[in-house]
Ligand binder design. Structure first.
Ligand SMILES: *Cc1c(COP(=O)(O)O)cnc(C)c1O
Length: 374
């Protein structure tokens, strides 16, 4: 149980189970061939799990690459002493090239202009810049369109101060549309084959996110890019892999009140007590990224039992009708995770909130301290 030293004076925190992180990493390793490398995406504060402790654990597990969204996330990793290769998956502006050299970051490129600027910068610094070329095979965001990619790769190969270390693409549908995913894999594979036939063998070739890894073996190439599954979350149900959730969200009962029947609870009185009952207040709300559309819906575990949030979720507080249960101030409440025999998963909350598990964990705010447990 974390003390005020760990979490401050508000008893609301997220536990990050680093053993479970390792468990998931090993399960994914079992799913790929032994020569295949792993880049774990730790963008968005490691999907809300805490960038630094998560990355340190992954490094100790032998991760090959870490994937971030921005230069700033890469710098934060280097400042924390992370030595693993870091790929910035998002695009950067050509005004922002210096930190790549200062912090040894690899970037994604998908046009000639940025590549040329990078080549110039590297020449001036007498260094080599490392890039992975991003190819759009059907995602429609950053990336050179697949039919223009061959030309661009050849062009970038001509830049003396750039080392093309990788080439990659990203799936638009990995979950539901098998046909389109196969089509993307084929387009990408054809490009790689064509380059190889011309003597251009790019060292790292990658495409697979979590769903790609689990559902499309021939999408692994020689590196995979899991995110969600490493955090023990399932992109959808019925996947034959045993993952352990890494994040639990906990708080403590801060107030207990016996109220009569007909008592309106929270803004707008969307909940009115149907009988005399006991209503508890918990110190967490949408100001912590706990989705407001879970009002009157989300389950909460207290004393090993499942209850439901009653009334609207406030910025800093939520209420729970616990009936006759003997709940007292200071009791632990679990919003995500296990308590006794009961369990609330991120996936369950995501369904209730009509979103995806990614958004639930990434949305948890900076007001919630992340506490590593082992
Ligand atoms: C975030 C991200 C991933 C990881 O996706 P998951 O679905 O979380 O496995 C892989 N590749 C790229 C380019 C990403 O941005």
């Amino acid at each position: 149980m974390p003390t005020a030293k760990h979490i401050g004076y508000r008893p609301t925190w997220a536990e990050i189970n680093l053993n479970n992180l390792e468990h998931n990493f090993l399960r994914i390793k079992e799913r790929i061939s032994c020569g295949t490398k792993i880049l774990v995406t730790v963008k968005a504060d490691a999907y809300g799990h805490g960038l630094i402790p998560t990355s340190e654990k992954l490094e100790s597990c032998g991760v090959d690459f870490l994937g971030v969204a921005s230069i700033d996330e890469g710098i934060a990793l280097r400042k924390a002493g992370i030595k693993s290769p870091i790929l910035v998956l998002g695009l950067i502006l050509k005004d922002h090239l210096s930190p790549l050299f200062e912090y040894d970051l690899t970037i994604s490129v998908c046009d000639e202009e940025l590549s040329a600027a990078l080549n110039n910068k590297a020449r001036l610094l007498r260094k080599k810049a490392k890039v992975h070329i991003k190819v759009d095979t059907g995602m429609g965001r950053i990336g050179i369109l697949h039919y223009d990619a061959h030309k661009l790769v050849r062009k970038i190969y001509g830049f003396k101060h750039i080392k093309v270390e990788g080439i990659f693409t990203h799936f638009a549908f990995a979950d539901i549309n098998k046909k389109f995913t196969f089509y993307q894999i084929d387009l990408f594979d054809a490009l790689i084959q064509r380059l190889a036939a011309e003597g251009i063998a790019i060292p790292l070739v990658h495409a697979a996110n979590s769903m790609g890894i689990l559902n499309y073996r021939h999408s692994h190439f020689n590196m995979v890019r899991p995110g969600l599954v490493i955090y023990g979350l399932y992109p959808k149900g019925n996947l034959k892999i045993s993952l352990k959730p890494v994040l639990s969200l906990k708080t403590k009962v801060i107030f207990v009140k016996n109220v009569p029947a007909g008592c309106g609870i929270s803004y707008g009185h969307e909940y009115v007590t149907p009988r005399p009952t006991r209503v508890v207040t918990l110190p967490i709300g949408y100001g912590d990224g706990y989705p407001r559309n879970l009002s009157n819906k989300a389950p909460v575990l207290i004393g090993g039992k499942r209850f439901r949030i009653c009334g609207r979720i406030c910025m800093d507080q939520i209420m729970v009708d616990v009936g006759k249960a003997a709940v007292k101030i200071g009791d632990e409440a679990v919003l995500i995770g296990a308590q006794g025999k009961n369990m609330i998963t991120t996936e369950e909350l995501a369904d209730l909130s009509k979103t995806i598990p990614y958004e639930i964990v990434c949305g948890l705010g900076s007001r919630i301290p992340r506490v590593s447990v082992f």
